[in-house]
Write a protein that binds this ligand. Sequence first.
Ligand code: TPP
Length: 333
Amino acid sequence: MGSQQVEVGLKKAMYEEMALIRRFEEKLIELSQEKGKLVGMQILAYGQEAVSVGIVKALEPDDVIVSNHRSHGHLLAKGADPKYLMAEIMGKATGVNKGKSGTLHMSVPEVNALMTTTIVGGGPPLAVGAAFAQQYRGTSNITVVFFGDGAAAEGSVHEAMNLAALWKLPVLFVCENNCWAGAQSLSEHCCLMDITRRAVGYGMPGELVDGNDVEKVFTLAKEMVSRCRNSQGPVLIEAKTYRIRGHGEHDHQHYVDKKELEAWARLCPVRCLRERMLADGLVTEGEIQVMDRQIEAKVDEAVRFASDSPYPLPEEALQDLWVEDGIPQQVAQ
Ligand SMILES: Cc1ncc(C[n+]2csc(CCOP(=O)(O)OP(=O)(O)O)c2C)c(N)n1
């Protein structure tokens, strides 16, 4: 599938989104070094921006996504406002979940980001439920679930894939194979190097893609999303990429082969796209600089907004916990 199939405007938009995700996470690295700025551990998808953007760009706004503990890229690509996301990560009342989730359990219903879950393998069954609802209601929307290579070994993921295939549910399973699950490399927890090979066992197509090439991810996702949308059942995409930073920002990656890390860092998806666009004459260095400055300003504004926001009040702690009469309180009010 040729990268040239992606038109210029879309390529620039993809660059801008990937660069925004990168800058947003770079800012989190800076903030995590300042005492008391962020709430909870920081788990970044640094280096995996092409998967988030390539997949989400192939979706409609009403399509649903389910994410995991490495969620910032998925949420920003789906259209979550960086200001409210940053506020949530700082534990502020203006955050997407009123500061009660912090970074790891966010949901952004207004952009159909149903859930991010730190229960490894917890996302696929939820996604199958959402896809069942879409099929039952006769909508043409689909659900995408992002999970890691480690999660692919969880029983819940097998059950979810089996049921999705059996009932031909409109769900796109996206395994972001970043070569690591915590401190375990893929070869230490799985004897298949390609997780897509499992797809045949469930009765669904399994497609491998270079997860560092946003154009390839997008081109494949477009085709697979249309398949899911047209009642042909689920698909498994495995995007091969690499976890450039530690499992979380507390992890110094002592177990990682530095040569391997450097080799993958050279394949940085953001830089590679920028260099390709420059080499193909699609943008000038000046235009890139303007885009980068606008992104920088957007992230700075998010930090300013979040820093100036109040913390939630203790008496609000028990609000928004229950669904009443089938309608979340937030929606009912
Ligand atoms: C059910 C469950 N088991 C274990 C953990 C601890 N844990 C958190 S992240 C992680 C590794 C996940 O690896 P992978 O699915 O490949 O995602 P990645 O972190 O590489 O993006 C583990 C074991 C957990 N959160 N949930």
